[in-house]
Design a protein around this ligand. Structure first.
Ligand SMILES: [Zn+2]
Length: 694
């Protein structure tokens, strides 16, 4: 990864960089646990029979077009807005003493399926925090991002839900928990309907609810007077076009999936609190010691908000978007860093994945005691966060989290894949987009830049991927991973490294084109894995797409090994030979060798087949490049020349960042020249020094 290529390297750059990358690989096993976090359609080619059993095309989006095509290389054909399927209108009052919310309003739903709906499914996400036995909190090992479990619990009670068009009775009286795998959970609720809603039919529901916020352990809740309010209202699950419902109990490793809609939310909070929320502020009224703020937005899939009396606010228009930044009062460094980051990242993502489709972006930097609400994405609102000391160490954590959450606006926000079933489609692509962006903005010091060391984020990502990347299949549902750490190594780091390798091997511009077309064409369409694979195939070709699919679905891996090198003097033939004139004897020449025949043997372990360059180094200092398509398990190169072969370097630019073991990419043989550096000895020494160093 960029790490390998960008580290400042004295002397033999490639080897030094290699040692650093390998060193990071060794450390990755220790580091990963400490990391903070996270259609139906026939693909042009069906997945192979060996793909993971869990691989099923998602049954909702239209089949991918045979070709997305150049119309989606820019924004001329991009969809302007989403269809409003699930829309919400709320009036909500926040009690900052009890940390509770009283809400009432209307849900308007259009049945998007081809079959009538006899029932609805709702997610009551706040019930994940109801007690220590919920699916979300009960793991004694701390299964979520933070691993914290909390002691001040939260919940949501739906007081009434009626549909005037269906007679006005309280539908919630018939609501039942629906978590086949988890009967105690209260986050997945089925509500039968007295009359079916026909395909395309509209249903309006009048709803009242009471929500008790938990103390923040993960994403949502309160901490002191800081209230970050997410997953706070009864949320419709998504009905697919085939009539199935994508509903699930809220699992600590899973995020969300829902339809787009129009939101209008009026919030009543104490005067003196600064409110930030999804969408655009439409009005603000102050009365006595309360204030009422109205926010609305069209074509979003959720609504989150924050209220705190400790924010300072700042607004700036960046690349056509009105950015509102809420930072703890007095934290000018965070404010400046975040704004500087957004000035780089917004235009970058607009150009790469299509123009950001909303008027506003709200960026919330939580106070340090509420960092568990940080590092999260919501429609038109992201949360960041950092520790006070990291900037002194030269660690760019605030820049990176800002860029990561911003990138989600394109993949979670508008492409809007099913994060429960296919977390890699969001977190994986987002992690790649983040890594590639920071590489361009900050170069080799994209993770850390100080007088002690300069480390790039993509190298770090590569190291984590190498440490955990073969533990399991990448492309599978969030709840099936053994832990959040395991999901991090696979869904985040492995996917990012797979994409990074595709970019380095098949062309960074080509990968950018494929992802750009994918992000633009599938805007507001909820695609699945076949659509992404088809977009890769369209631009990068069959071999790239096959590698991509195998790496994601079949634990595909690769390790190139420089296996052997030999040189023998090339001599004239000697011995007895039959000629027309009869048998002749030719003596072996005793002249000094003037030519050498050299042989290099390279093997490829694993099922992925990437083309690689192979560099042959000779005693006289000359180097020769060969190319291997990667087909077959072993490749032998022969070369005639005036000097002996003394070194062999497979993939010298380290394009295949997925390569499991970079240590075995180099093989050497010391020549007669005492001055000739033994690259392997050098390599091991440098690696040892680095590991022992500060
Ligand atoms: Zn993420």
């Amino acid at each position: 990864m960029p790490l390998l290529r960008s580290l400042k390297a004295p002397g033999n750059g490639a080897v030094y960089e290699l040692s650093l990358g390998a060193g990071l690989t060794c450390l990755a096993g220790y580091l990963i646990d400490a990391l903070p976090e996270a259609a139906r359609g026939a693909a042009p080619r069906a997945p192979s029979a060996q793909v993971a059993a869990s691989y099923r095309p998602t049954p909702h989006a239209a089949a991918p077009p045979a070709e997305i095509g150049p119309n989606y290389d820019d924004d001329r054909s991009i969809r302007k807005t989403a269809d409003a399927i699930a829309s919400y209108r709320w009036v909500a009052r926040l009690d900052t003493v009890r940390h509770s919310i009283s809400g009432r309003g209307t849900i308007t739903w259009v049945n998007p399926a081809e079959t009538p709906a006899n029932e609805l499914y709702f997610h009551l996400y706040l019930n994940a925090f109801k007690n220590s036995k919920t699916l979300f909190l009960r793991s004694p090992f701390g299964a979520g991002r933070s691993g914290e479990r909390g002691t001040h619990y939260g919940f949501i009670d739906v007081k009434r839900m009626s549909a005037p068009a269906l007679g006005g009775e309280d539908l919630w009286k018939h609501a039942t928990r629906h978590s086949p795998s988890d009967p105690d959970d209260e986050t997945d609720i089925r509500v039968p309907l007295p009359k079916p809603v026909p395909p395309g039919g509209k249903l309006s529901l009048e709803v009242e609810f009471e929500a008790q916020l938990p103390e923040i352990v993960e994403r949502t809740g309160y901490s002191g007077s800081y209230h970050f309010v997410a997953q706070w209202f009864p949320k419709l699950a998504k009905r697919e076009t085939d009539g199935s419902w994508a509903h699930f109990a809220f699992h600590p490793q899973s995020e969300f999936y829902s339809d787009f809609g129009d939101y209008d939310v009026t919030l009543e909070v104490p005067a003196g609190f600064v409110v930030g929320a999804t969408g655009q502020q439409r009005s603000l009224k102050r009365e006595n010691n309360r204030q009422t703020v109205e926010y609305s937005e069209k074509g979003v899939s959720d609504f989150a908000w924050v209220a705190w009396d400790g924010f300072s606010e700042r607004e700036e228009r960046i690349s056509g978007t009105r950015v509102r930044l809420l930072t703890p009062k007095g934290n000018d460094t965070a404010e400046q860093t975040t704004l500087a980051t957004l000035r780089l990242a917004l235009p970058h993502f607009n150009a790469a994945y299509g123009a950001y489709p909303y008027e506003t972006l709200t960026v919330v930097h939580p106070p340090e005691y509420a960092l568990n609400s940080g590092g999260m994405e919501y429609p038109t609102l992201i949360t960041t966060g950092s520790r006070w000391y990291t900037s002194f160490l030269g660690v760019r954590d605030l820049e990176i989290v800002t860029i990561h959450e911003l990138a989600h606006q394109w993949f979670y926000g508008v492409v809007a894949t099913n994060e429960h079933t296919w977390p890699f489609l969001d977190e994986g692509i987002t992690s790649y987009a983040e890594g590639w962006a920071v590489e361009q903005f900050y170069g080799g010091g994209s993770l850390m830049h100080s007088s002690l060391a300069s480390v790039s984020l993509l190298s770090f990502t590569r190291a984590l991927s190498a440490a955990r990347g073969k533990d399991d299949v990448v492309a599978k549902p969030a709840r099936e991973f053994a832990s959040f750490g395991s999901m991090g190594g696979l869904v985040y780091q492995r996917t990012a490294t797979i994409l990074d390798t595709l970019g380095r091997v098949y062309g960074r511009a080509e990968l950018a084109q494929a992802l750009g077309r994918y992000a633009r064409y599938y805007r507001f369409r909820h695609p699945g894995p076949p659509h992404l694979i088809a977009a890769i195939r369209e631009v990068l070709g069959d071999r790239a797409a096959d590698n991509f699919e195998q790496a994601l679905f079949e634990r595909g891996s690769v390790d190139y090994v420089a296996r052997a090198l030999q040189s023998v003097p090339e001599t004239e033939p000697s011995g007895w030979f039959e000629r027309d004139a009869g048998r002749v004897s030719i003596e072996a020449s005793t002249a000094p060798e003037s030519a050498w025949l050299s042989r290099a043997v390279i093997t490829r372990h694993g099922s992925l087949k990437f083309p690689v360059d192979v560099e042959l180094g000779f005693e006289d200092g000359s180097r020769v490049r060969k190319r291997w398509t990667g087909e077959g398990a072993t490749r032998v190169f022969e070369h005639r020349g005036p000097s002996r072969l003394v070194s062999l370097n497979v993939d010298p630019e380290r394009r295949v960042t997925l390569d499991d073991n970079l240590l075995n990419n180099v093989a050497t043989k010391a020549g007669n020249d005492p001055e000739l550096p033994c690259e392997l000895v050098r390599f091991v020494l440098q690696l040892s020094l680095w590991l022992a160093g500060p």
